[in-house]
Design a protein around this ligand. Structure first.
Ligand SMILES: *[C@@H]1O[C@H](CO)[C@@H](O)[C@H](O)[C@H]1NC(C)=O
Ligand SMILES: *[C@@H]1O[C@H](CO)[C@@H](O)[C@H](O)[C@H]1NC(C)=O
Ligand SMILES: *[C@@H]1O[C@H](CO)[C@@H](O)[C@H](O)[C@H]1NC(C)=O
Ligand SMILES: *[C@@H]1O[C@H](CO)[C@@H](O)[C@H](O)[C@H]1NC(C)=O
Length: 309
């Protein structure tokens, strides 16, 4: 074997192992990775047409009618623009998260461990080309770049891979610098304090706070309590910040219409407390970022989707 093919083989093995290197949940493996795994906190200032920061937050498994009836979610809707004609893509959870960053489900129809080939792009590729900094935050991820599920407390789910929108993409997991941008809430809090949040964010609270293992009441309280101080903090809600608070999917018996509200300083004062009945879906999430920063397109369902603005 030639020297160059040995290097190539080593490169391929390195890439393949990066996709699976952070999957052990053994206490010692978690401790070792915590001490060594790379964390990156990129920032940038790419001016957008309508907003300069984009924050997407997903809660879980609730129909629009049930969510909007929750006191705290109704309160948050009154603080922004309530999107009254917004639909998830499919069931169950995982393909909706995949669609939120890739504008396709790429054939994923369940919640099992799923990998999308490295030639498939996601919004991450478009953001990086344009120099727009990005990060994903998953509450209770044991360390940055962790690639499996994590239960810190006996009998309770905390962090799950299927709710991290980028983890199914080999184009992300084969790249340690990209893995290093999937981080936990400890890191998020540090970045808020240091004023080093990126321009594009996707945030998933843990399985209790997102309603998956609890109720809409718990998730509504969490969302209001967590967002209220952040919306008052210019390290998070700096000028021209757009926050989208939504759900991955509705109940399997419904139409998959879900609650979605636009919040943050990018919402014009005159539109606070209004509704918008344009039809949106999770494909609108990528489309909105693409139009805002002139990112081009993924060539998937983003092409035909409506953008929020
Ligand atoms: C973005 O702008 C802020 C405020 O002017 C500045 O502190 C920060 O260093 C800039 N970041 C980058 C990556 O240019
Ligand atoms: C969050 O991630 C950081 C960076 O990997 C790690 O040091 C820290 O222990 C994690 N926090 C928790 C609570 O797991
Ligand atoms: C979820 O996060 C909250 C804090 O936001 C924490 O109190 C709770 O222990 C976490 N995990 C579970 C399983 O509830
Ligand atoms: C709401 O709907 C209209 C179309 O009727 C659209 O032009 C507008 O930009 C929408 N979005 C927001 C955030 O107001």
């Amino acid at each position: 074997m030639s020297h160059s093919s040995i290097l190539l083989l080593a490169g391929l093995l390195g890439a393949a192992s990066a996709q699976l290197q952070y999957t052990s949940t053994a206490t010692s493996a978690v401790a070792a990775a915590r001490a060594t795994a790379l964390t990156l906190s990129p920032t940038s200032n790419v001016t957008g047409h309508t907003f300069d920061r984009y924050v997407q937050i997903f809660l879980e498994n609730t129909d629009y009618s049930k969510a909007i009836a929750d006191t705290n979610l109704a309160y948050l809707a009154s603080q922004g623009i309530s999107l009254t004609n917004y639909y998830a893509i499919t069931h169950p959870s995982q393909p909706n998260y995949i669609a939120a960053v890739g504008a396709s489900t790429f054939g994923c129809t369940d919640d099992s461990f799923y990998r999308i080939g490295s030639s498939t792009k996601s919004i991450v590729d478009l953001l990086e080309t344009a120099g727009v900094s990005w990060s994903v935050y998953g509450e209770d991820m044991p360390y940055s770049g962790f690639e499996a599920n994590y239960n810190n407390k006996a009998g309770a789910n905390d962090y799950v891979r299927k709710h991290n929108p980028v983890m199914s993409y080999d184009s992300v997991t084969s790249n340690l610098n990209r893995l290093a941008k999937s981080k936990n809430f400890t890191q998020f809090d540090k970045e808020v304090a240091a004023n080093t949040l990126p321009q594009w964010m996707f945030i998933t609270p843990n399985m209790t706070n997102d309603a998956h293992d609890s109720s809409i009441t718990v998730a509504g309280k969490w969302a209001r309590n967590w967002l209220t101080p952040l919306l008052a903090n210019t390290h998070f809600n700096k000028a021209r910040t757009l926050v989208v608070l939504t759900f991955d999917e509705g109940s399997t018996s419904g139409t998959n219409q879900i609650y979605s509200v636009l919040l943050g300083s990018a919402v014009p004062a005159a539109k606070i407390g209004t509704t918008n009945s344009t039809r949106f879906t999770h494909y609108s999430l990528t489309k909105t970022a693409e139009l805002n920063w002139d990112l081009g397109s993924l060539g998937q369902n983003d092409v035909g989707a409506n953008a929020f603005f």
